[in-house]
Design a protein around this ligand. Structure first.
Ligand code: ASP
Length: 344
């Protein structure tokens, strides 16, 4: 049975548009003092939850997000894990999908909700989408059935949809509906009611939270395009210390069959660089056995990224290479769903 007893929620404010108000004197957007949150959203008082805030200092535009900041967020969550029933992270929308993906890998055995949200218009503006996004995120973070959280995973809530964090992409720079989860159904749809899709939500495993804080940043994304030059490809593959490449291919995982291209990739694989094949398409999955242009990649040991997003692929590789330097172990885990990030 859905229970509504008073829950404690930690709101972690990292920055982004949502936390902005217009300065009365200058007319410029500036972050507001989060201690005054009830003044901006009086409706929060109507939710029967104990809401506490953790505010990063300084708050950032999420274009400045980086792995060190991810470690800081994960640390705040782990240090407060036992004292709160759920977490809401207010975050700029620009890199929210990366942060959600990174946290999903960093927080192993997560059994409480970590809901990221933000807005396209600041809370201090009349037409803001932030108020609804914020209030609903808190409701979701506090929702339980028989005292077990309904959404014990990292998710993004934006404009009426709750999505698995590591399945999302920011696809629109101005619509309120800014995020999509092209390859995985919504975890909840929100209208008059919050309709949870229990079958799609991860189940709690009741194990102890384990936080992974080592992230390897010697990872690169190589996006293919007609006319890509040999010089460019070779210089990317020869970056000093490079551990892995996310190769953004065409369609179902296809790439040019020109010999210089295949040789360059083959050489990189021989040098121990892991190459993960991810499609440039927003929807659908890589299948390297479909076309000759994919088979060449498969035969040389390029790894199938299935339907993973680029955001999840990058952060998964950062996480895996942060755990081990052994490419074989990394490959083994890249081809498995660790946090529901791929469909195999
Ligand atoms: N540039 C902003 C950010 O990502 C946009 C937003 O908050 O939506 O921090």
């Amino acid at each position: 049975m859905e229970t509504n007893s008073r829950k404690s929620i930690l709101v972690i404010y990292t920055g982004g548009t949502i936390g902005m108000i217009i300065d009365q004197d200058t007319g410029v957007l500036k972050p507001f003092n989060f201690d005054n949150i009830y003044q901006h959203i009086p409706a929060l008082k109507l939710l029967d939850n104990d809401i506490q805030n953790y505010c990063f200092d300084p708050v950032i535009d999420s274009s400045n997000m980086n792995p060190k900041f991810w470690v800081d967020i994960a640390t705040v969550i782990s240090e407060n894990y036992e004292n709160f029933d759920g977490f809401v992270i207010l975050h700029g929308s620009d890199t929210m999908a990366y942060t959600a993906s990174a946290l999903s890998f960093m927080l192993e055995n997560l059994n409480k909700p970590v809901i990221l949200t933000g807005s396209q218009l600041p809370l201090g503006m009349i037409r803001t989408d932030g108020r609804e996004n914020f209030i609903t995120s808190i409701e979701i973070a506090a929702a339980t059935i028989d005292d077990t959280p309904i959404v014990p995973e990292v998710a993004i809530y934006f404009e009426n949809e709750l999505m698995r964090g590591n399945r999302t992409i920011k696809y629109n720079a101005e619509h309120f509906e800014a995020f999509r989860s092209p390859n995985y159904p919504a975890l909840a749809e929100v209208g008059v009611y919050i309709k949870y899709k229990h079958n799609y939500i991860r189940k709690p495993n009741f194990k102890r939270l384990k936080v992974h804080k080592n992230l390897e940043t010697n990872i690169a994304v190589l996006k293919l395009y007609p006319g890509i030059s040999e010089n460019f490809v070779r210089s990317v593959l020869q970056v000093d210390g490079l551990k892995g490449i996310i190769l953004e291919t065409y369609g179902s995982g296809n790439a040019p069959t020109e010999s210089w291209f295949l040789e360059a990739l083959e050489q990189a694989i021989e040098n121990g660089i892991v190459i993960l094949n991810v499609t440039q398409c927003q929807g659908g999955s890589v299948d390297m056995s479909k076309y000759q242009t994919g088979i060449a990649l498969k035969n040389m040991g390029v790894i199938n990224g299935f339907d993973i997003t680029t955001e999840a692929a990058i952060t998964k590789m950062m996480y895996l290479f942060g755990e081990t330097a052994d490419p074989t172990l990394v490959i083994e885990k890249l081809t498995k769903s660790l946090r529901g990030e791929i469909t195999i």
